[in-house]
Design a protein around this ligand. Structure first.
Ligand SMILES: [Fe+2]
Ligand SMILES: [Fe+2]
Length: 278
């Protein structure tokens, strides 16, 4: 699963990112994510350009299974018992697979924007970690006698990418600073729940994911501020504006204020977008 073989050497980071997103084969996506990251960190890859290396696909390549459904057509499942646990891990694996595609899309799609090398170092690391998270949850499913693809999965996540494909700051506002930050709110209770039912292996996977995701939000906050600074605009009002335009509905409390603040996402960003309580 985590083979870093050199079967296909991409010609640039953009070409590699494009190949990862376009591949319909999940094992190939993971293999390529490892190979491209390694080549990038060994300084063996040039950045490349979308005009030369191909533009990012409108939709990522995906296997035949799982069947993708509109969120409203997803079966309602109780999250207790073995079936419930499998459904939860399956849905997390699906989220991580989307995170693989979303991160490599971010790397490839905006490569014409002038950005420092450290920007790519950060997001290539994220792209590698998302592939690791997906592979880890896939392994966990197989330990439980199941596989990614056994259950239907919802098709709402890619929408956020399509809506913000024109603007890097908008993309950073929605993906790391809304969706991944939400992961920081909901993962600690999931870890507690897994421990409560004696599922230590799942708890350990979730702890790794939680630790890595704090960095993903931190990279999002850092580069969002960088772009705002360069445009001479204030980050908080700009964030409110992007979220109101590209994200449906308010941001849901309770928030993990501590983890969010540690990642540089201070309450002035998200509190004004939460529903008024009391
Ligand atoms: Fe992840
Ligand atoms: Fe992430």
């Amino acid at each position: 699963m985590t083979d870093t073989g050199e079967k296909t050497a991409p010609s640039s980071l953009v070409a590699g990112a494009r190949a990862i997103v376009a591949s319909p084969d999940t094992a190939e996506k993971v293999r390529l994510a490892y190979a491209v990251s390694r080549a990038w960190f060994q300084r063996d890859l040039a950045l490349g350009a979308p005009s030369r290396d191909g533009h990012m696909p409108d939709r990522p390549g995906r296997p035949d299974k799982p069947e993708l459904r509109a969120p409203r057509d997803m079966p309602k499942r109780s999250l207790t018992g073995k079936a419930g646990r499998l459904a939860l891990i399956h849905s997390l694996a699906h989220i991580e697979l989307n995170a693989v595609d979303l991160t490599w899309d971010l790397i490839g799609r905006f490569a014409a924007v002038r950005l420092p090398r450290s920007y790519y170092d950060d997001w290539v690391r994220v792209g590698l970690e998302e592939a690791k998270h997906f592979a880890m949850l896939q392994d966990r499913l197989s330990q439980l006698g199941a596989a990614y693809g056994d259950l239907p999965a919802h098709d709402g996540l890619w929408q956020a990418a399509q809506d913000t494909g024109h603007d890097l700051a908008a993309r950073l506002a929605i993906i790391p600073l809304v969706l991944e930050a939400r992961g920081l709110d909901i993962t600690p209770p999931m870890i507690d729940k897994a421990r409560e039912i004696g599922d230590e292996d799942t708890a350990k996977c979730l702890e790794i994911i939680y630790r890595d995701e704090k960095n993903h939000v931190a990279f999002g906050a850092k580069w969002f501020r960088f772009l705002c600074d360069r445009q001479g605009i204030r980050p908080e009002p700009a964030f409110h504006d992007f979220v109101r335009r590209h994200f449906r509905g308010p941001l849901k409390p309770p928030f993990n204020d501590r983890a969010r603040s540690e990642a540089g996402l201070t309450p002035g960003f998200y509190k004004p977008l939460a529903p008024l309580v009391g």
